[in-house]
Design a protein around this ligand. Structure first.
Ligand code: CO
Length: 212
């Protein structure tokens, strides 16, 4: 593990190598960003967004929180979403979960008295468990139960994106973005796609905004 000073000295080495390889890299990057993808992932240190898809600076707009959730009252995530969709006009939004997710595991356990705030954040995942309880409980092992809820949580968050006014308005006016749900496997470093929702796909009427 790096010491805190090593993080800074590594940064200097990285910047000088980038500059040596491409002398206009930083000056061009400083002018503007034009990412085509918004990534909503878990905060987990083992799932570094750009690294697992080999993306370069400028290619991905990123929001991460515990267990990659899109919650209708979370102004942090919604602000990122609004900027990504309305200003950057990203073509794709990826919600990326991962197996062995500590947040999902915790949601399947009793509430931890030392984590009263985190418990509230995880409440939404407990609700997803309750929606799919039979399907999750029938899994043989604890690991399989967590994995099933990881998948279902990703799918739920992609649906949540489609329920936002931001996405529905963009579908109407920009014919994008496409919504994707992916899951990352810590054991082999591979991503798998679980769900794709395209602009204009059916949304249950109770989540639709009435045309103005
Ligand atoms: Co996680």
């Amino acid at each position: 593990m790096q010491s805190i000073d090593e993080f800074l000295s590594n940064n200097r080495s990285w910047a000088s190598k980038m500059n040596a390889d491409n002398p206009t890299f930083f000056s061009k990057m400083a002018e503007q960003q034009n990412p085509e993808l918004l990534w909503i992932g878990c905060s987990d240190s083992r799932v570094p967004a750009e690294i697992v898809v080999n993306a370069q600076p400028g290619e991905m707009f990123i929001h991460r929180n515990i267990a990659n959730q899109v919650i209708a009252t979370d102004f942090n995530c919604l602000s990122v979403l609004q900027y990504a969709v309305n200003v950057l006009r990203v073509k794709h939004i990826v919600v990326c979960g991962h197996y062995n997710c500590g947040g999902v595991k915790a949601a399947l356990a009793r509430q931890n008295p030392n984590l009263v705030i985190t418990n509230k954040w995880l409440m939404h995942i407990k609700n997803t468990y309750r929606l799919h309880q039979a399907e999750i409980d029938e899994q043989e092992t604890e690991t399989q139960r967590v994995s099933k809820l990881v998948d279902l949580n990703v799918i739920e968050q992609v649906h949540s994106l489609s329920h936002t006014s931001i996405v529905q308005e963009a579908w109407d006016k920009q014919h994008g973005p496409v919504l994707h749900g992916w899951v990352y496997n810590l054991d082999d470093g591979l991503l798998n796609s679980l769900i794709t929702i395209n602009p204009g796909d059916d949304i249950p009427p109770i989540y639709q905004y009435e045309p103005i």
